[in-house]
Design a protein around this ligand. Structure first.
Ligand SMILES: *Cc1c(COP(=O)(O)O)cnc(C)c1O
Length: 456
């Protein structure tokens, strides 16, 4: 059969309503033109993020009832630990309440001011946590990863030459670890090849620098390796995941992604000193090491979810939905990042709205247009999210002005995406009529979540 279908039936439904266009314009105005500040009930199709927005399976709901809420050493912790160990093979395993808690405690314990942390591309919270600790996060993705038109299979790969230069330039003493993000969320959800992970590890070993994997979408990355990398078609996704983690010294994880859970995260490592420091920080900030800010029932849900994320049929269906929307957009001529990423379609807002200057935020213009037109909520990944400044404090634009339509896991069907497509086509047809934005109020870090905009 050529048609790839959802490998599940729907057992429970959640209604949503679609308010009128006039109401949407008014709501967005009240939200200071920032879709993060909207009430979710005013959104029809919510593609803001794939983080914690997935639907749980019957097995997960059943597991939830088995939650052992003992403070220390609960049965649920043992299941969680066994599952995470099976997949990652790591010696020390710590639950945390979500991915950024792992990043924050890792930064707190292993990073000092003046350090430099390379990554293919840092996620926004990773970047912010490292900066908060006084370090400089640097993005060293391969050049293909910066070209939305390039159709290379592994556009999330780390550029080995840039990595080597970066270490030489700053000195290995200033690089306490390097990271690699699978898949490369901020670079279009593009995968990293096993060959690249292996080569990065070899290079870092030469300098004695540990490798930390940002593993949020490790199962999606395993699927891409299975489909695209020579020698992996005959392996199961769990075997591929195990090999990926075998090259890492530690990993941070948001279980709101490939944990198929609504909340959760973990940190894992092999080094006993790292583990000891992390554990002490964890007790101070998150909770006792056998629950780390999660309820026993959350640990149960994750133990099931991690394994479901590694089921081939599930990944195949998920990828088919992303490709479906992407291909329809390409047919219409809408500028998108190619090829399809793992968890989202990324639109190229710079090409969509060439009349809008980067520092008038074409990505925000596109996000807001889609909300006003059809109640779709997306997110900008461009100069607002990754905005940085030169030494005089002047704002600099980023390389790519992307808009991400993230796919919540097991939530929307093909007709929902047909609706999304119709809305985007309508915006596309009158694309000359849109203008940009300016920021009227912003915090210092992670400004995209809460800043205010006005139309210029
Ligand atoms: C979501 C995400 C994080 C942070 O996880 P949270 O659970 O949102 O705190 C870190 N890295 C990547 C690549 C992510 O996608």
């Amino acid at each position: 059969m050529k048609t790839i279908i959802e490998p599940f039936r729907i057992k429970m439904t959640e209604p949503f309503r679609i308010i009128s266009q006039d109401e949407r314009v008014e709501k967005l105005d009240k939200a200071h033109q920032n879709v993060f500040l909207l009430d979710a009930e005013d959104v029809a199709i919510d593609l803001l993020t794939d983080s914690g927005t997935g639907a749980m399976s019957t097995d997960q709901w059943a597991a939830l009832m088995l939650g052992d809420e003992s403070y220390a050493g609960s049965r649920s912790w043992k299941k969680f630990e066994a599952t995470v160990r099976e997949i990652t093979g790591m010696k020390h395993i710590f639950p945390v309440h979500q991915g950024r808690a792992a990043e924050s405690l890792l930064s707190l314990t292993q990073v000092k001011p003046g350090d430099v942390i390379p990554n293919n591309s840092h996620f926004d919270t990773t970047r912010a946590n490292l900066q908060y600790a006084g370090a400089q996060p640097v993005d060293l993705v391969v050049d293909e990863g910066l070209d939305p038109e390039d159709e290379s299979p592994f556009k999330g790969n780390m550029d080995l030459e840039k990595l080597d230069q970066c270490i030489k330039e700053h000195g290995k003493e200033r690089v306490p670890f390097a990271m690699i993000t699978v898949t490369n969320n901020t670079g279009g959800g593009q995968p990293v090849s096993m060959g690249n992970i292996k080569a990065v590890k070899r290079l870092l070993d030469h300098y004695g620098i540990p490798l930390v994997i940002d593993a949020c979408r490790f199962a999606e990355n395993s699927y891409f390796i299975h489909e695209r990398e020579k020698g992996y078609a005959g392996k199961s996704l769990i075997q591929i995941a195990e090999e990926m983690f075998s090259y890492a010294d530690a990993a941070t994880m948001s279980l709101k992604k490939d944990g198929l859970a609504n909340i959760g995260g973990f940190f894992v490592c092999n080094d006993p000193d790292w583990a000891e420091a992390f554990k002490n920080a964890l007790i101070l900030r998150e909770g006792f090491p056998t629950y780390g800010g999660l309820a026993g029932r959350d640990l149960e849900v994750v133990a099931v979810g991690l394994m479901e994320a590694l089921e081939y049929d599930y990944q195949q269906y998920r990828h088919a939905t992303v490709e479906y929307l992407l291909n329809k957009m390409i047919e219409t001529g809408i500028p998108v990042m190619k090829p399809a990423g793992g968890h989202a379609v990324f639109m190229d807002a710079k090409s969509f709205f060439p009349q809008i200057e980067p520092l008038n935020y074409p990505g925000i213009a596109l996000v807001n247009a889609m909300y006003e037109e059809g109640g779709i909520r997306a997110v900008e990944l461009g100069s607002v999210m990754f905005g940085h400044r030169d030494e005089h404090g002047n704002e600099l634009p980023t390389n790519l002005e992307l808009v991400r339509l993230a796919f919540p896991r097991r939530v929307y069907t093909q007709s929902h995406f047909d609706y999304v497509l119709e809305v985007i086509k309508q915006v596309w047809e009158k694309r000359d009529t849109y203008g940009g934005y300016r920021i009227t109020k912003q915090p210092k870090l992670l400004r995209h979540f809460s800043c205010w905009f006005e139309k210029v």
